[in-house]
Design a binder for this molecule. Structure first.
Ligand SMILES: Cc1cc2nc3c(=O)[nH]c(=O)nc-3n(C[C@H](O)[C@H](O)[C@H](O)COP(=O)(O)OP(=O)(O)OC[C@H]3O[C@@H](n4cnc5c(N)ncnc54)[C@H](O)[C@@H]3O)c2cc1C
Length: 421
């Protein structure tokens, strides 16, 4: 059995930033395990620009953004193994993996950082009636086919779901000469960023039909057409509203789910709200010494925030290895998602361990106009910030200060909620 102080599962933006931060915080014994044949994660297929505005104050493509972190990891001399699939992680942090060179092997880690990213919700999870013809892809698969493999999935396209990958692919397929006929979205609001709706749909005259879903897929060998219909407030199709589109391709962009299998094998508790691990202020899960960051923790819309969060996880894993994150003080303060809030990350805070400034990230449940984002320390309102509009597609954040929490040693819970103006 090999031994490393920190083993990082996944060499995407989260794994890379976590590794660099751990190394810069004094830890030398680090191993990244990546199943793909190169580092960089999903960003390698995101060849459009718009990455890195926060981190580098520059507009980069996905591969350029990933390249900066790959160079840093290589420059710092951090060890990594490619084409290496991690199969399981035990509660006592034995990582079992395999590749062609080493076969099956095990590594005993002192700390593990989960950075496996997320996967797309497939057709099987969507209950769409119709046959199973060729021509139905998740938007991410189509992105890989076009941008990496050099194949064109189809010529006449309907997209179901308005998540960011679907919006980006509407523009990409148009650039490649396809006709994107419509984007249908079940919810009354888009799941993607406003800037992507403008730049990827509006600029190309592609209609977005909110509160619509696919009710039939036509074609046995290959998709021949798709019927969409308006839905009521419960997501049920309304008879008489059907519209038929002739097409050879249906792209699905209906949500991302954190890659949970390894987390579960290690006994990590998952949140029913954001579907990733429940974590404390250090991004440590319920399993001592197992940390999580990036899309495996909760699905992000901007990779800059992934890098920021992963840097925190890397620093904290290094501190854990040095034994600096233990605390004997009582129960942690609970973070509660109040009215209008879907989830928060983290879920608990140990004030004596937290950094001087802690970013709490969250998503709202619906589109709200002219509301305040409020923070309550037990019953006392301590923050009240007006937002013209908030939407589930855009991650929000509040900043908490350690001194404010330490000043209230008896505090039990912090509630984040929306309040009407
Ligand atoms: C299909 C798709 C397209 C996207 N397109 C965009 C976009 O256009 N613009 C944008 O801003 N954001 C996009 N995103 C969001 C983007 O994923 C995140 O911003 C960011 O890449 C997340 O970083 P990560 O490191 O958490 O995950 P990832 O980039 O997904 O990296 C996770 C890594 O873990 C590896 N891994 C997983 N399981 C194992 C295992 N068992 N063993 C070894 N390695 C493993 C994977 O191979 C992968 O390299 C996209 C996401 C997806 C899923």
């Amino acid at each position: 059995m090999e031994n490393y102080q920190i083993v990082i599962i996944g060499g995407g933006p989260a794994g890379l930033a976590a590794a660099a931060a751990a190394k810069k915080n004094g830890e030398d014994s680090i191993l990244i395990l990546e199943r793909d044949n190169e580092l960089g994660g999903i960003l390698n297929q995101c060849i459009h620009n718009g990455f890195g505005l926060h981190t580098f104050k520059e507009e980069l493509t996905g591969p350029e953004y990933a390249g900066r972190f790959i160079d840093e990891v290589k420059g710092l001399g951090i060890e990594y193994r490619l084409d290496t699939m991690v199969l399981s992680i035990s509660r006592d942090k034995v990582v079992t993996a395999m590749n062609r060179r080493d076969g099956m092997f095990q590594v005993q880690a002192k700390a593990v950082i989960l950075a496996m990213g997320c996967r797309e919700r497939p057709r099987g999870a969507l209950n769409i009636p119709g046959y199973r013809p060729a021509g139905i892809y998740t938007a991410g698969t189509a992105q890989r086919l076009v941008n990496i493999e050099g194949y064109m999935p189809g010529r006449e396209v309907v997209i179901l779901g308005s998540g960011d990958i679907g919006l980006i692919m509407a523009r990409r397929m148009t650039f490649e000469g396809a006709k994107v006929k419509v984007v249908a979205e079940l919810m009354p609001y888009s799941g993607g960023l406003k800037r992507n709706i403008v730049q990827c749909l509006d600029d190309f005259g592609i209609p977005l039909k909110l509160s619509h879903t696919v009710v039939d897929i036509e074609g046995k060998e290959r998709v021949k057409g798709v019927t969409i219909a308006a839905v009521d407030g419960h997501g049920k199709p309304i008879p008489g509203t059907e519209e038929h589109y002739t097409c050879d391709t249906l792209l699905l962009s209906c949500g991302l789910i954190p890659e949970n299998e390894l987390s579960l094998s290690a006994g990590v508790e998952l949140s029913p709200r954001h579907k990733g691990p429940v974590v404390n202020e250090s991004l440590e899960t319920n399993v001592d010494g197992i940390f999580a960051c990036g899309n495996v923790l909760h699905v992000h819309d901007l990779v800059d925030y992934v890098s920021e969060e992963a840097t925190t996880a890397g620093k904290n894993a290094a501190a854990y290895v040095r034994g600096e994150t233990k605390t004997e003080n009582g129960a942690p303060v609970e973070l509660v998602p109040g009215e209008g809030i879907g989830y928060t990350v983290p879920e608990t805070i140990r004030p004596e361990v937290m950094t001087d400034i802690l970013t709490v990230r969250f998503r709202v449940r619906n589109v709200y106009k002219d509301h305040f984002i409020s923070v309550y320390f037990d019953g006392e309102r301590v923050q009240h910030r007006k937002k013209q509009i908030v939407a589930p597609g855009e991650m929000e954040q509040v900043i908490l200060q350690k001194k404010d929490l330490l000043a209230r040693p008896d505090m039990k819970k912090i509630t984040i909620c929306l309040e009407e103006a």
